[in-house]
Write a protein that binds this ligand. Structure first.
Ligand SMILES: NC(=O)c1ccc[n+]([C@@H]2O[C@H](COP(=O)([O-])OP(=O)(O)OC[C@H]3O[C@@H](n4cnc5c(N)ncnc54)[C@H](O)[C@@H]3O)[C@@H](O)[C@H]2O)c1
Length: 252
């Protein structure tokens, strides 16, 4: 039995990395994927590869009108909307002294405000579809701090608690909508690629990052997508407002 039989899932940040791996898995498990991203070239190429069960929609997650349009077109094209993965995100290396107001706003606008807009805009469409599952990607850096990641930690901490609010509100309103956060360790995606070649002391960036994880390696996008698939599916029917960690033991 496919695990997402006919479920329609919109993936923000679906053109690359963890979002793209999830969009592929959704189709493999019998669902429909909407690849929504500001990178039109990569997003369209992935949707073409996935065929009739996928659609690309241009989306800048910081724009409310763009979210409204993407959700309306999704429901119109596939006849409903049952899943949302908020994966669009950016990383920066900043500390409290060097971080500019502009940097802080840019990271928080995409990572935190973009997730807020996604959750807010999708709820009416999910209600119309009889319920659904929202998955927000936070990070291990939404659970603990890092001296080099001020704006990123602040944005991912916000995603963690925003998720709990959405879960509690939807439960109280009896919408049959669940909402959970996923907290990856360092995953081998284009976001992390620049750090792999930057030496830390006498170690390569890759080696330094690998040693942070007790399993001794970086994660793969597909490993995080497997956890997200579970949360999008009805197998996770009693999980809401929870933090799901996928970090090779980093936070242990
Ligand atoms: N890779 C990691 O180590 C790691 C660890 C923890 C959390 N995360 C989080 O996982 C999520 C996915 O990251 P990834 O590693 O797959 O990165 P990635 O760079 O491969 O993919 C991110 C995608 O988001 C899109 N995007 C960026 N800004 C956007 C915007 N304003 N509107 C629409 N799309 C936008 C990009 O075009 C890209 O396709 C992010 O939220 C990231 O913070 C990643």
């Amino acid at each position: 039995m496919p695990r997402l039989d006919d479920k329609v899932v919109l993936v923000s940040g679906g053109a690359s990395g963890i979002g793209a791996a999830t969009a592929r898995l959704v189709v493999r498990e019998g669902g429909k994927s909407v690849v929504a991203d500001r990178d039109e070239e990569k997003g369209r190429a992935l949707a073409d590869e996935l065929g009739a069960s996928a659609l690309f929609l241009p989306l800048d997650v910081t724009r409310e009108a763009a979210w409204q349009k993407a959700i309306a077109v999704t429901a119109e094209t596939f006849g409903g909307l049952h899943g949302l993965l908020n994966a669009a995100g950016i990383g920066t290396r900043t500390d409290i002294e060097s971080c500019t107001l502009e940097d802080y706003r840019r990271v928080n606008d995409i990572n935190a405000l973009g997730t807020f807009l996604g959750c807010k805009t999708v709820i009416p469409a999910m209600k119309q579809s009889g319920g659904g599952s929202i998955v927000n990607i936070s990070s291990v850096l939404g659970l603990r701090g890092a001296s080099y990641a001020l704006a990123y930690c602040a944005s991912k901490g916000a995603v963690r608690l925003l998720t709990k609010h959405v879960a509690l509100h939807c439960a109280q309103m009896k919408y049959n909508i669940r909402c959970n956060s996923v907290h990856p360790g360092y995953i081998d995606t284009p976001m992390v690629a620049p750090r792999l070649t930057q030496n830390v002391g006498n170690m390569s960036g890759r080696q330094w990052l690998e040693e942070l994880h007790p399993l001794g390696r970086l994660g793969e996008a597909g490993e995080v997508a497997n956890m997200i698939l579970f949360l999008l599916s009805d197998e996770a029917s009693f999980s809401t407002g929870s933090e799901f960690i996928c970090d090779g033991g980093l936070t242990a």
